[in-house]
Design a protein around this ligand. Sequence first.
Ligand SMILES: [Zn+2]
Length: 413
Amino acid sequence: MPNALTWLFLLAVITAAATRLWLAARQVRHVRAHRGAVPGEFAAAIALSAHQKAADYTVAKVKLGVLDTALEVAIVLAFTLGGALQGLSQLWSGAFEQGSLWHGTALLLSLFLLQAALSLPLALYRVFVVESRFGFNRMTLALFVTDLAKQAALALALGVPLLLAVLWLMARMGGLWWLYVWVVLTAFGLVLQLIFPAYILPLFNKFTPVAEGELARRVSALLERCGFRSRGLYVMDGSRRSSHGNAFFAGFGATKRIVLFDTLVERLTPTEVEAVLAHELGHYKLHHILKMLVLNAVITFAGLWLLGQLIGEPWFYSGLGVATQTTATALALFMLAVPEFTFFLHPLMARFSRRREFEADAYATQHAEASELVRALVKLYNDNAATLTPDPLHSAFYDSHPPAAIRISRLTA
Ligand SMILES: [Zn+2]
């Protein structure tokens, strides 16, 4: 039965999709308008052909994003107002008692499976058409399938026990169930972070300690200067899947480690890698990782509290196209509908993230050479075909990193 929630939900879906399409059109227009010339400050370091490749690659990714928007809208509407979730619930009630733990688990697992299956063609297209066309893809179809199988096995092994625990708590813990679920989810997230570098990442990639030499010497001197202890510095065979280069931190506490993509080590000089690492260390030293974890916990708390208020209200279910009022349908509806409303928080989150990038850059300039970081960034923009001329509004809305020109002008100031 359509009610006020139905209209509010539809309004959110339409506004979010229209905003995404409008920003996509702006980005394409802006990047194309600046395709003809490398911006002055980069002219010495980046060839026109590379700049044009970056423009074409950016446009191709935006077009992929438009397909993704259309697919997401179709999926969300089909499962909610379209009645697909209600249909799934009825289907499973033939096998399990409606509202039981097993009925709920089967319902949610089949929902996730269908969502994944529907997004698969686009994922294949991204890797084997778009990434391949621009020469970034190194993945074979066999590796893609193996990755998918491993991810599915991992999701089942970790996800099914978690789902059972959450549904059980929702059914048994009375009005404060959401508080118990929050504790379980937060603890689960922390454990996942802890085991991620040592037990999960190695399922997908090989890690080798950085070989003796100038790079190893420079890095250990940097770590010493910054007072940083870790379980080690590793090179990861990122080149198995893609030629995009990167560096990151994984885990926290005793298990934390620094990971460099082999593609990064190949392309950058030791002093440039040192500057990139100083930036990554900045994120760690300025507690950006911890702040992110706390922010996630706060958002989860607010979300679960809200679901706690909605779960007993018949209008919540009927307004979103579901007649069967169970804990699992509530959870499914919430996960489907909430992103449509939180979409508008994107600019805020992106802004936080860009501020943290500036802070990490400032840290890097204190502990390594700013000019080396600039050189490394320019190489990375060049190699990854990242656009130097994003649309300012598109960038403000989505980008976790500041636009190239602004970032570099701060570093050289
Ligand atoms: Zn960063």
